[in-house]
Design a protein around this ligand. Structure first.
Ligand code: NI
Length: 257
């Protein structure tokens, strides 16, 4: 039923119950998960999870928070990692001008460099963007990458349209259930169902009514309910279409599930 296109089950918040939770989720309708790397170590851990569980896939990449010490040798490692058939994307990569944990010039440099790698490998990207909407868009537009997902999309309807026109998908998670989600609800109303992906960002961004708890992929139920309400279709239909979308974008390597 559910295809969670963005989760971090390597996170230490899952150290106590990771395997039990993953099995439980799978028996409760979580068909597929893409575990997303945020630095070199979590990229390796994402691949380990993909090797252990047939329904988990991996993305490898370095988050803007972590790029301050990135090197060209890391790019070579990511290139090596991508040879594993269950590595289905480069990510998460992008810009974060809210926290500024890495200097902005480094964020931009390694974002562009990882986009270049994705283009070369013909892989989709998972994009993180916070307080840097226009610059993120411009960098992607100037790159050769034309497939991927804007994770936890928080921009305007106009920008969503431009991303969709460029070949990108809109990642929608728990935020759509928040009280102050008006802008995102407008985006969901505007975007064709064929361009929306479900995601949790577990352990973060739990939906209402579970805000503040450790998130997991079963909570996509609340996201699917909300999108169904906005689009006036059943939550089952939301799951069916978004799962199909995820397969179209992430299974281009034609890996067998
Ligand atoms: Ni994330």
């Amino acid at each position: 039923m559910y295809f969670d296109t963005h989760a971090h089950y390597d996170d230490e918040k899952f150290d106590e119950n990771r395997d039990i939770l993953i099995e439980e989720m799978h028996s409760n309708g979580v068909d597929y998960i893409i575990n997303i790397g945020s630095d070199m170590e979590s990229s390796v851990k994402s691949m380990e999870l993909a090797k252990k569980y047939d329904f988990i896939y991996a993305a490898v990449g370095v988050h803007p928070h972590e790029v301050r010490d990135m090197t060209e040798a890391d790019i070579e490692r990511l290139r090596e990692y991508s040879k594993y058939e269950k590595v289905v994307a480069i990510g998460e990569i992008g810009l974060d001008y809210y926290y500024d944990f890495s200097p902005r010039d480094k964020q931009k440099y390694w974002f562009e460099r990882q986009l270049e790698l994705a283009a070369e490998l013909d892989l989709p990207v998972s994009i993180h963007s916070r307080d840097a909407a226009q610059e993120t868009f411009d960098i992607i537009k100037n790159s050769r990458v034309r497939k991927g997902v804007i994770h936890a999309y928080s921009g305007s309807v106009e920008m969503a349209r431009d991303y969709i026109d460029m070949g990108f998908y809109i990642g929608v998670g728990g935020v759509v259930t928040f009280k102050n989600a008006k802008k995102l609800i407008d985006v969901v109303r505007f975007a064709p169902m064929e361009k929306i992906l479900l995601e949790t960002d577990s352990p973060y961004l739990s939906p209402v009514p579970l805000r503040g708890t450790v998130n997991n992929s079963q909570n996509l139920k609340y996201v699917a309910d909300k999108i169904g309400e906005i689009k006036q279709i059943s939550p089952e239909k939301v799951c069916e279409i978004t799962s199909q979308n995820a397969k179209v974008i992430f299974w281009q390597k034609k890996v067998v599930a």
